[in-house]
Design a protein around this ligand. Structure first.
Ligand code: NDP
Length: 296
């Protein structure tokens, strides 16, 4: 019996030192289309870590029980996604700096006996951005004011972005984000209510899509934006990772901009989460390859 178990585990990776893997995972609903498990498991195997990432579909009324279960089973932490990013806070023992400002958590980390909420979405985005431009002192145009926009803009502000123009359809939501940025971060933020074709102002360094426009299955969705106002040298980033090649990314390349797809954000937020949980820096290229294959 023991022999069989060892051979089965050996087929998936190295034989572990014992039979108790370290568990992490994700709580979300829906969960079936989330490719994070493929990316995490690839990293664990590549680094011979005896860790498992369990993708769980958790309805809102079971979130407290799921967090209690993770505590009881000694999980090192977990990701949470829609619709739990805010609701999870009441089940935690504290928040890291970015999560405190955003009041949203995508990564929970066990530190001693405590579960601490972090937010790696924006940090992942800024890490991807730094491969092409340093946000310090830069002028940013950000489409959207939801959870992703909040994470990205808070982190860009903390990284020193000089100005952030929030371009959003709903004025209330847009103003809420602008107020948060102006009151809790060092940047200067302003709102443009997006009810007609938007012209990106000259002098803009970074343009970001943090809306759901272009997200699968709306793969031909296009921002209401004058593409000719995207000028060569601007950095254009899309938060959408499915598909990675959005209309915005194609338009940006045609205009001679530097284009950054949403896979960088996805991979980096996962990379930072694993670092929080394990202290190990995994190979981002292994994660990126796994997620590309999973999405294909
Ligand atoms: P939310 O639902 O919180 O926000 C959606 C935003 O999109 C709102 O600002 C909304 O505007 C805007 N929007 C949606 N449809 C339209 C439209 N037709 N015209 C104009 N504006 C529109 O979503 P999230 O912020 O959680 O997610 C946004 C995107 O970011 C998703 O595609 C998600 O996949 C991606 N994401 C990527 C991550 C990554 O790792 N790459 C991590 C997290 C998110 P309004 O306020 O007017 O409704």
């Amino acid at each position: 019996m023991v022999e069989i178990v060892i051979r089965e585990m050996g087929a998936r990776g190295p034989v572990p030192k014992n039979f108790l893997s370290q568990l992490v995972g994700s709580f979300a609903m829906p969960a079936a289309e989330n490719p994070t498990a493929a990316m995490m498991e690839a990293a664990f195997q590549h680094h011979e870590m005896d860790w498992r990432y369990i993708n769980c579909e958790v309805p809102p009324d079971q979130l407290g029980a799921a967090v209690a279960g993770a505590r009881a089973m000694g999980w090192a932490g977990f990701n949470c996604s829609v619709p739990h990013k805010v609701a999870v806070i009441e089940h935690l023992d504290g928040l890291g700096k970015s999560a405190e400002i955003m009041q949203a958590v995508n990564t929970v980390v066990r530190r001693g006996e405590k579960f601490i909420g972090e937010n790696t979405d924006g940090q992942g985005f800024v890490q991807a951005m730094r491969t092409v431009i340093d946000p310090k002192g830069k002028h940013v145009v950000l489409f959207g004011a939801g959870g992703a926009a909040r994470a990205v803009s808070v982190e860009l502000s903390l990284a020193g972005a000089a100005t952030i123009t929030v371009v959003n359809r709903s004025a209330d939501r847009g103003q809420g984000l602008v107020d948060l940025l102006n009151s809790k971060t060092p940047t200067t933020a302003s709102l443009h209510v997006w009810n007609e074709t938007y012209n990106v102002p000259e002098g803009t360094d970074i343009v970001i899509n943090a809306t759901t426009i272009g997200l699968f299955p709306d793969v031909n969705g296009r921002l209401n934006l004058d593409v000719s106002s995207l000028l060569p040298g601007m950095v254009v980033a899309d938060g959408i990772h499915n598909p990675p090649e959005t209309r915005l990314i194609r338009d940006a390349r045609t205009q001679g901009c530097v284009a950054l797809d949403g896979l960088g954000m996805l991979v980096n937020q996962g990379f930072i989460a694993v670092r929080h949980w394990s202290g190990i820096d995994v190979e981002p290229e292994v994660m990126r390859k796994a997620v590309v294959e999973a999405l294909r």
